[in-house]
Ligand binder design. Structure first.
Ligand code: UD1
Ligand code: CA
Length: 457
């Protein structure tokens, strides 16, 4: 089988984004656009992937760590100059080289595979992925001769009036015979409006040498869009979101309103789970089967088991067991581990806490830096007092404890198994198991005192 190589162009600044963040690092559905490109290429089994980095080189490398080789383009002199930087790594190889821009995250592995297959079957020196659009402004145009074969590509800025009317555009993705590519790159000049070395010029050079140049026309322009500014970024996000939501629905997830549900590309969701509108599911979140998530919930790197309900709540970097009820209006902060059958009700905040099976915090609580056993009842307004202004301390609540309403548990403190805390207590010392602890002022009733005060007229 012919060897396959890939070059990703990711050295540009992305001036049109008007951003401090380098263009290819802007996320689309939670993942930097260049990482989408790389992950898609990984599915076409390339023997080597080389990413050309320049602006933000270190950050781009960190984001693609372990998945690509890198070459540095110190000065951004154009896309041909960018590919040339891979010469040392690739030029002595024989095979097919896929070149793709780091700002086209929607091109699928299937399209790349089809492009490579066509290229190899035609024994072409170059095959361009082209698309048709009613709004070709900004793209390079594909210029064909009277036989309809591709002659060259002209950049928008260099094109004359007639050329600008052409609706077939260069998507910026190509396949090349590796040797022919590096030979032709030597001949590219920067004699054009932008004074840049254009990769598309390789096409005309190869044609002049009598080599076969082919084109693969995709019917789906949306898939090939290049992201140059924030307007395109939002459009790409919309298209990718639709693609992600469709896959989940095809896999058996109910999404009530896909236009109003925002799921990152690496999220996993089990069958028969229902996602209600206004829900944002980010990062490496994994959700089991038969859950109900939303409306208006935000899950970030959350691990949710099956049959759990999360209503109008936030869960960050935490795990939640099965048959758990969360919300409405609960906030599960990082490093929390909520076991099966737990109930976390309205206005409850949990941070860095273990909540054992079957325990309940139904209303208005703060549980932070805590280990809560199983079947514990945390009454309304229970608070772990974990912070003295300087350090954080642990509260341990063993199995079957009952904490009465409006209790403060001043950490470090341990409440022994089966203990009972009277409502309104401020607990500062450990409570032994099975005991009742009351830590509040005794009630005093002064009869007829009001009359004595003589306050009433
Ligand atoms: C490029 C193509 C254009 C095509 C369009 C498709 C050229 C000259 N033009 O235009 O024909 O229709 O893509 O989206 O190739 N880059 C580098 N080093 C450089 C310059 C660019 O690595 O010196 C990288 C950028 O980071 C980017 C990619 O190459 O990821 C494309 O560059 P960009 O400036 O976006 O090219 P376009 O003007 O969109
Ligand atoms: Ca572009």
């Amino acid at each position: 089988m012919t060897k396959r190589f890939a070059v990703i162009l990711a050295a540009g600044q992305g001036t049109r984004m008007k951003s401090k963040l380098y263009k290819v690092l802007h996320p689309v559905c939670g993942k930097p656009m260049v990482e989408h490109v790389l992950d898609n290429i990984s599915n076409v089994n390339a023997d080597k992937i080389v990413t050309v980095v320049g602006h933000g080189a270190e950050l781009v490398k960190t984001s693609l760590e372990g998945k690509s080789d890198f070459v540095l383009q110190e000065e951004q002199l154009g896309t041909a100059h960018a590919v040339k930087q891979a010469k040392e790594v690739l030029s002595n190889q024989n095979g097919t080289t896929l070149v793709i821009c780091g700002d086209t995250p929607l091109i699928t592995a299937e399209t790349m595979e089809a492009l490579i297959k066509l290229h190899e079957s035609q024994e072409a020196a170059a095959t361009i992925l082209t698309a048709f659009t009613e709004k070709p402004d900004g793209y390079g145009r594909v210029i064909r001769n009277s036989n309809e074969t591709v002659e060259r590509i002209v950049e928008h800025k260099d094109a004359n009036e007639d050329e600008r009317k052409v609706k077939e555009i260069n998507t910026g993705t190509y396949c090349f015979d590796n040797q022919a590519l590096f030979e032709a790159l030597e001949e590219v000049s920067n004699d054009n409006v932008q004074g840049e070395y254009y990769l598309p010029d390789v096409i005309e050079i190869l044609k002049a040498k009598g080599k076969i140049v082919s084109a693969f026309q995709t019917s789906d322009f949306d898939e090939t869009m290049g992201i140059n500014d924030r307007v395109a970024l939002a459009e790409a996000e919309r298209l990718m979101r639709n693609r992600i939501n469709t896959i989940h629905m095809q896999n058996g997830v109910t999404i009530i309103d896909p236009t109003n549900t925002y799921i990152d590309s690496d999220v996993k969701i089990g069958k028969d789970t229902i996602i209600l509108p206004g829900t944002i599911i980010k990062g490496q979140t994994v959700i089991g089967e038969d859950c109900q998530i939303g409306p208006n919930s935000e899950l970030v790197n959350a691990q949710i088991a099956s049959e759990t309900v999360i209503r109008q709540s936030v869960v960050h970097d935490s795990s939640v067991g099965s048959k758990v009820q969360i919300g409405p209006f609960a906030h599960i902060r990082p490093e929390s581990n909520i076991h099966d059958d737990v109930k976390v009700g309205n206005f409850v905040e949990i941070k860095k806490a273990e909540i054992g099976q079957g325990s309940k915090a139904s209303h208005l609580s703060y549980i932070g830096d805590a280990e809560v056993g199983s079947n514990v009842n945390l009454g309304c307004g229970s608070i772990t007092v974990n912070y003295n202004g300087k350090s954080k301390f642990l509260t341990k609540i063993e199995d079957n404890v009952f904490v009465g309403c409006n209790s403060n548990l001043v950490a470090p403190v341990t409440i022994g198994e089966g203990a009972y805390i009277a409502a309104g207590s401020t607990i500062t010392k450990d409570v032994p198991g099975e005991s009742l602890s009351i830590a509040r002022a005794r009630q005093v009733n002064k009869e007829n005192y009001v009359k004595k005060l003589n306050l009433k007229n």
